[in-house]
Design a protein around this ligand. Structure first.
Ligand code: SAM
Ligand code: SF4
Length: 329
């Protein structure tokens, strides 16, 4: 029997985001500082078996239907292919959000393990801008990883881009043109207050309206007819289609009312929201011998506390202690 992961506002979580590590080989400046962060000690990080056990509880007891692996950089996790294969065997959809460094080597094995899709983060297709944002000169590896993902059958590949004022906000149309030419589906995400350095500023942020205007200077964007459901992106057809572009207005037009997500951190904490201030410790329960029913009950309780919205615009808003890279974006 399954118990849905329902909250007090009638939302039910069916989409589980699993962070496989808080470490990363890039240093995107809207995510972490140049020197990196104090990474989680190994003993606090869930083992592959512990991750698969929690995912299995989510699927078999709690109605999870989709699992997305993220991080930090999930490709840095040695057991990734095996974790994907064991998750796929549970009969759920699997996907990966990645910076694509090293994907050219692993795309085939991931596809063979049953991975359904990849989302790749790429904020610029100019090598200098890419290096300025990520603090690493690795654009060529990302481009190679994207091609390998398509060749391995992991397409249609989605691209995620964050626009930063004065860095790449003038490159939105260029990025879209490149994505359309290569058959990638691009989505722009508003920058959120989740960076470890607490450098986010509402006034500086490039808004969804601004992104729309910048793209409209070069393309005709028409709203795409399909209902949006719990998908965060507002979809537009590009120059009459079939290509589309997504704009995710996480800050200026939040979609919290339709949220169907729940998150598990690499150290085994359940978070009912990216911006949650509380976590529920499933690792402790797991390691002290709790059975599946007990863990499932803790998870259900954790979801009841989910707040109605992220409240970024409230005067009382407090950025969560964990940065995005340690939550799992
Ligand atoms: N390392 C992988 C990657 O970059 O795709 C997975 C983890 S990363 C935290 C997941 C997504 O979060 C990326 O698309 C990244 O651009 C996005 N992200 C990180 N910090 C963000 C922020 N402050 N605001 C909006 N999106 C952010
Ligand atoms: Fe790493 Fe992804 Fe954060 Fe960039 S956004 S630093 S690739 S975790």
């Amino acid at each position: 029997m399954t118990t849905p992961l329902a909250d007090r506002f009638g939302r039910v979580a069916t989409d589980l985001r699993v962070s496989l590590t808080d470490r990363c080989n890039l240093r995107c400046n809207y995510c972490m500082p140049a020197e990196g962060l104090d990474w989680l000690p190994t003993e606090q990080t869930l083992t592959d078996d512990e991750i698969v056990r929690l995912i299995t509880i989510g699927v078999e007891h709690l109605g999870i239907r989709e699992v997305r692996f993220t991080g930090g950089e999930p490709l840095l996790r040695r057991g990734l292919v095996d974790i994907v294969a064991r998750t796929h065997a549970l009969g759920v959809e699997t996907s990966l959000t990645t910076n694509a460094l090293g994907l050219s080597r692993t795309a085939g094995a991931l596809a063979a393990a049953g991975l359904d899709r990849v989302n790749v983060s790429i904020d610029s297709i100019r090598a200098e801008t890419f290096a300025a944002i990520t603090r690493r000169d690795r654009l060529a590896d990302v481009v190679a990883g994207l091609a390998a993902a398509t060749a391995a059958g992991l397409g249609p590949v989605k691209l995620n881009a964050v626009l930063l004022r004065g860095m790449n906000d003038d490159q939105a149309a260029e990025l879209l043109r490149w994505a359309v030419e290569h058959g990638y589906f691009l989505r722009f995400i508003e920058q959120m207050p989740l960076d470890a350095q607490h450098g986010w500023s509402r006034a500086e942020m490039v808004t969804a309206d601004e992104i729309f205007e910048r793209l409209s200077a070069e393309f005709v964007l028409t709203p795409h007819g399909e209902p949006r459901g719990s998908a965060p992106a507002e979809l537009f057809e590009v120059d009459g289609g079939p290509a589309t572009v997504g704009i995710i207005a996480s800050v200026t037009r939040p979609f919290c009312g339709d949220c169907d997500r729940v998150r598990l951190t690499a150290d085994g904490q359940v978070r009912n929201c990216l911006f949650a201030r509380e976590e529920s410790d499933l690792r402790g329960a797991l390691r002290s011998g709790a059975d599946d029913t007990d863990i499932a009950e803790r998870w259900v309780v954790a979801m009841r506390g989910k707040r109605a919205g992220h409240g970024i615009d409230d005067v009382t808003f407090l950025q969560p202690d964990r940065p995005m890279s340690a939550i799992g974006g």
